[in-house]
Design a binder for this molecule. Structure first.
Ligand SMILES: C[S@@+](CC[C@H](N)C(=O)[O-])C[C@H]1O[C@@H](n2cnc3c(N)ncnc32)[C@H](O)[C@@H]1O
Ligand SMILES: [Zn+2]
Length: 431
């Protein structure tokens, strides 16, 4: 066991490409009252999530994030089953609910629960107290620390103390830890990251998304999918710098927040020439969307402009343009959720079975980035919005790939151009 209770968190004795630790993320010291909305609970109030009891104490805790935690635990358990080992670093653990669930439900061999806020210590320890600190074989099962996430991640990397799953549940578009999180993972390990920056994904501060994720993002009608793609692209950029490649296993948007969550698998590799790390465009005049590789940068124009430079074209990128999920992997998650009875007894407002099935449909490699809102099709066609089911089955009949989007209820993902969608909508509405 490489971690002991006296694990050193001394100043970093090395040169590593991160801002110096004497300027920690101000969110650590921001009073909770001025952070993103918090569900305040009586310190003794017990919460039960998927049968696991814990207390949130005075920590930042959102019951709405339960689905994000369900998805993480399913992934962790699959990893444990397929590799026979699961060491987790929960770098921003809050009250420690994820750490607890990784231990109890995913049968983690070891969990490191870290949160910069030392005031949460009592709550975290109390939540984990039901799990013996040491296994029958004499191995440490969990440890609690209060350090900056980056420091924990970098020190793990430097100690060659690699993890199977690194979970960084951060606020806003904090991306400082992305490279260190990748570095702290075993090859084949899982990285679970979060962004809650809806302004950046909405294209309202492109300089900010450029700084955080390396993507210049402009307003587009499918901005909530762009948020996921911006986050994946940001991780990819950092991973590639270390000689690794990442691919998304699942991507989850939740309107509470909003919150963008992505689980990625890290493998050794380079960015291929024809990678899904590209630019995307949306034409405000005709509604057509396209992806452009780096090699096509000088030739961006919409078919509606007959090859001329078009002022109606909005371009964002670079970001991830490949599938949002691995369909085979999400199918395994669904099977496990069924085995555990999580598909019948749902969270308050999210049906896990429906969500996972939508993700499986969305992972069709024929589907491009983005989604088309049926209201936009209707408005361009000057008809009432066509029924979603009828629209999808007509698209399938005509040979196009089409699915719902887990992000927006009245929208479709399809490789059918907007102009053809408009014609189909007109036909369906008998115009
Ligand atoms: C969104 S909350 C975590 C919630 C928790 N993962 C859950 O599922 O309930 C983010 C946590 O990160 C902590 N935090 C913020 N900046 C940090 C940093 N740089 N290093 C470590 N922890 C940090 C905050 O104290 C807060 O508890
Ligand atoms: Zn156009």
């Amino acid at each position: 066991m490489s971690i002991s209770p006296s694990y050193s968190l001394s100043p970093l004795p090395f040169s590593f490409p991160f801002p110096p630790p004497q300027n920690p993320n101000p969110r650590i010291i921001t009073p909770l009252s001025s952070q993103t909305p918090t569900l305040t609970l009586d310190p003794d109030n017990k919460i039960v999530e998927r049968g696991v009891e814990f207390s949130a104490g005075d920590s930042f805790f959102r019951s709405e994030s339960a689905t994000g935690r369900d998805l993480a635990v399913l992934s962790a358990a699959l990893h444990r089953r397929s590799t026979g080992r699961l060491r987790v670093l929960d770098a921003m653990c809050g009250c420690g609910v994820r750490s607890l669930r990784y231990l109890r439900q995913a049968d983690a061999d070891f969990v490191w629960a870290n949160d910069a806020n030392e005031d949460y210590r009592g709550t975290i320890l109390s939540n984990l107290s039901g799990i013996p600190r040491v296994s029958e074989g004499g191995e440490r099962r969990w440890v609690v620390t209060h350090s900056d996430a980056n420091r924990v991640l970098v020190e793990s990397y430097l100690h060659r103390d690699f993890f199977d799953l690194v979970d960084v549940d951060s606020f806003g578009s904090d991306s400082m830890f992305l490279r260190s999180a990748v570095a702290a993972l075993k090859i084949g390990g899982l990285l679970y990251v979060t962004s809650t920056d809806g302004y950046s994904s909405g294209g309202h501060r492109p300089q900010h998304s450029l700084a955080s994720y390396g993507a210049y993002v402009k307003p587009m009608p499918f901005s909530n999918e762009v948020g996921l793609r911006m986050l994946i692209g940001g991780v990819l950029r950092e991973a590639v710098a270390l000689g690794f490649f990442v691919s998304p296993l699942f991507s989850y948007y939740s309107y509470h927040g909003p919150v963008f969550r992505v689980m990625l698998r890290v493998s050794r590799g380079k960015l291929p020439e024809n990678s899904h790390y590209c630019f995307i465009s949306y034409c405000n005049r005709c509604g057509h969307s396209q992806a452009f590789s780096w090699g096509q940068l000088g030739q961006i124009s919409c078919p509606c402009s007959n090859g001329e430079v078009s002022r109606s074209l909005v371009v964002s990128g670079p970001l991830w343009t490949g599938p949002l999920h691995d369909g085979y992997y999400v199918t395994e998650m669904l099977k496990l959720a069924e085995e555990w009875g999580w598909t019948s007894a749902g969270n308050k407002d999210v049906d896990l079975e429906k969500l996972l099935n939508q993700m499986i449909d969305e992972s069709d490699p024929e589907l491009p980035f983005g989604y088309i809102k049926l209201d936009e099709v209707a408005s361009r066609a000057k008809v009432n919005s066509p029924p979603l089911k009828a629209m999808i089955s007509t698209l399938h009949e005509e040979g196009y790939a089409a699915s719902r989007s887990h992000i927006t209820p009245n929208a479709i993902k399809t490789n059918c151009p907007m102009a053809v969608c408009i014609q189909i909508a007109m036909r369906l509405q008998k115009c």
